[in-house]
Structures are given as C-alpha cells and as structure tokens.
Ligand binder design. Structure first.
Ligand code: GAR
Length: 208
C-alpha cells in the first residue's frame, strides 16, 4: 500500500477527486494517510475530516521565522511516513529540505500545459486569466514531479482542454478541473502505486 500525504491550501477539489477515485477502485494499492494544509479555513480540511483522514494545519502565521515554519512543515509530512507527497493546490514555496527528502516521491498538479503559463506567479485563477489574455485556443493540466525549480520537475502526465469563445477565468478553470485535473491526479497516483512509472534521462514515463 502506497502511503499518500496530500498537501492543500484551498477548496480541495483535487483532494476530493483522489478520495473518490480510491473509493471507486480507480486508484489501487494506495491510501491517503494524511492531509496537510497551510490555511486553517481551507475547505479541504473539512473534506479530510468527512473522509475520516487525519489532517493538520501548519500555518506560517503561527511561526515568527520562515525557518521554523519550514521545519514544522517537514516534520508534519514526515510524521505520516509517506511514500508519496501530493501537492493538490498547495500554494506555498516549498522548503528545500522537503524537496530533497521527497525527491521523485512528490508530485504537483498544475492547471496549464507546462511549460506554458507556469513558474513564479502562475497559480490558481491567474493561470486561466493569462491563457485568456493571450487568446490561446488550447490549455490543460500537468502532473509533474517536484524539483528545486518552480514547476520545472519531470512531467508525468498532461491533458489538453479546449478554450471556448466567451470563457471567463472561472468557466475555464472549471473545465480544466473537470476534463483534466480530476482525472490526471488520480491516474498519476494509481500509476505510481502500481509501479508503472519509470525515469529515464531525467524524464518520467507513466505506462497506461
Ligand atoms: C487547482 O486548479 C490546482 O491545479 C491549482 O490550484 C487549484 C486548487 O484547487 N494549483 C496551482 O495553481 C499550483 N501552481 P483545489 O483546492 O480545488 O484542488
């Protein structure tokens, strides 16, 4: 059983997609053993509680120094002894120690087709605003492993989504979630849990 910890900051719809996929047998050989939020009022915490999953909040507001928060975050992750850390809308700059501890064992979902619309400042609705501002006809989502850069680690899965005339950032965000994110993240966890992910020359590959 792959022990999965999910880190969240907000609504937690991606967390919910993972929990639903586990319930429906679309992810096998894995369990979510803990949820970590940096925000006390994140609705994702309610979703975790409803599913009976231990959840903790580690908020930067509770620490005088960033280094103390970093330590507490790492300790919280370690406390669940995870095999895989999943960043599902976790909007915090990661401590270097967390990245190196979980190298090739930490994935992130990003709401665009990396390397477009990613990196510093591109998160949440901002991404979709920029996609619309550029007049793109196609966007999507990406699951990638996490390295020291911002959205720069090995890409594992991607899915394209159509941009429609008249889209608002909100309608586009919803379509990207429904058609890409909520499918890709469970798929990625299932592939990892079942040993169907390999690395070669710095790239990651998932077998169907
Ligand atoms: C998702 O769209 C996710 O891709 C995005 O935040 C949202 C969280 O929604 N993540 C990023 O932008 C990371 N750069 P959720 O809390 O409902 O899953």
């Amino acid at each position: 059983m792959l022990r999965v910890v999910v880190m969240v900051s907000g609504g937690g719809t991606n967390l919910q997609a993972v929990l639903d996929a586990l319930r429906d047998g679309k992810i096998t050989n894995a369990e979510v053993v803990g949820v970590i939020s940096n925000k006390k009022d994140a609705y994702a915490l309610t979703r975790a509680a409803d599913a009976g999953i231990p959840a903790v909040c580690v908020s930067p507001k509770d620490y005088a120094e960033r280094a103390q928060f970093d330590e507490a975050l790492l300790a919280a992750a370690d406390s669940f002894s995870p095999d895989l850390v999943v960043l599902a809308g976790f909007l915090v700059i990661l401590p270097a120690a967390l990245i190196s501890r979980y190298r090739n064992r930490m994935i992130n979902i990003h709401p665009s087709l990396i390397p477009s619309f990613c990196g510093k400042g591109f998160y949440g609705l901002r991404v979709h605003e920029e996609v619309l501002a550029r007049g793109c006809k196609v966007t999507g989502a990406t699951v990638h492993f996490v390295d020291e850069g911002c959205d720069s680690g090995p890409i594992l899965l991607q899915k394209a989504v159509e941009v429609k005339r008249g889209d608002t950032p909100e309608t586009l965000q919803r379509r990207v979630m429904e058609e890409a994110e909520w499918q890709l993240l469970p798929q990625a966890i299932d592939r990892i849990a079942n040993g169907r992910v390999t690395f070669e020359a710095g790239h990651a590959y998932a077998e169907p």
